[in-house]
Design a protein around this ligand. Sequence first.
Ligand code: PEP
Length: 250
Amino acid sequence: PASRRVLIAGNWKMNGLKSSLTEIEALAAGYDGDLKAKLDLLVCPPATLLISAAERLAGSGVQLGGQNCHPAPAGAHTGGISAEMLKDAGVTSVIVGHSERRTNLSESDAVVMAKVKAAWCFGLLPIVCVGETAEERDAGEAVGVVTRQVHQSLPEGCTASNLVIAYEPVWAIGTGRTPTPEDVANIHGTIRSVLRSQFGVEADGIRILYGGSVKPDNAATLMAVADVDGALVGGASLKAADFLAIARAT
Ligand code: PEP
């Protein structure tokens, strides 16, 4: 929709070495006038590459994101990376509550909310991930689970300019399986109405991304669904050519 600028975000997860910076350079080169006119492009490489990636992206308009931040501002949290550190590295957005962290690292809705607040403290745009597991979908609980996650992961004060949501059905991540456009429309519509009831009219400007096995050949179909304002792309974001093809197909 005209009022919501499309966002195509890439999550490299725990992939990428210094040699992968050529992909970052290719993204910077490929984000041409046509793409700039129609969408925002964001790449989230691992933390070790952020500072070098920021140098490669400078002046290109491609935005840089983190994959996670610690809820605390600083202190005795060995291995932690704070929102301020991300900001200092040249980051403008941060993925929060990815299902791999919710599942494997027991990240609760309450922790996700604390991370959103930490991101806000340093002016970062949090991309909050929600989504049901296969078991939850099969039990008819997808709408209920996603509604609960949105309610409980978001602090007061969410607006179009300080929040992005990503709906990522867990069973679609890295599997090559995607929900039908009808299923995506149903969940995105649900998220939109939950946001509206929680935050009022401001919610209508909040972007809701779809994530889970987005590829160049299914991007156009998924991105055409009502209330889908972009994509969060995992595997297909590792190669600049694929990631740019997804952006162009949108
Ligand atoms: C993700 O992990 O955010 C994701 C959507 O992964 P993939 O595109 O590989 O399914």
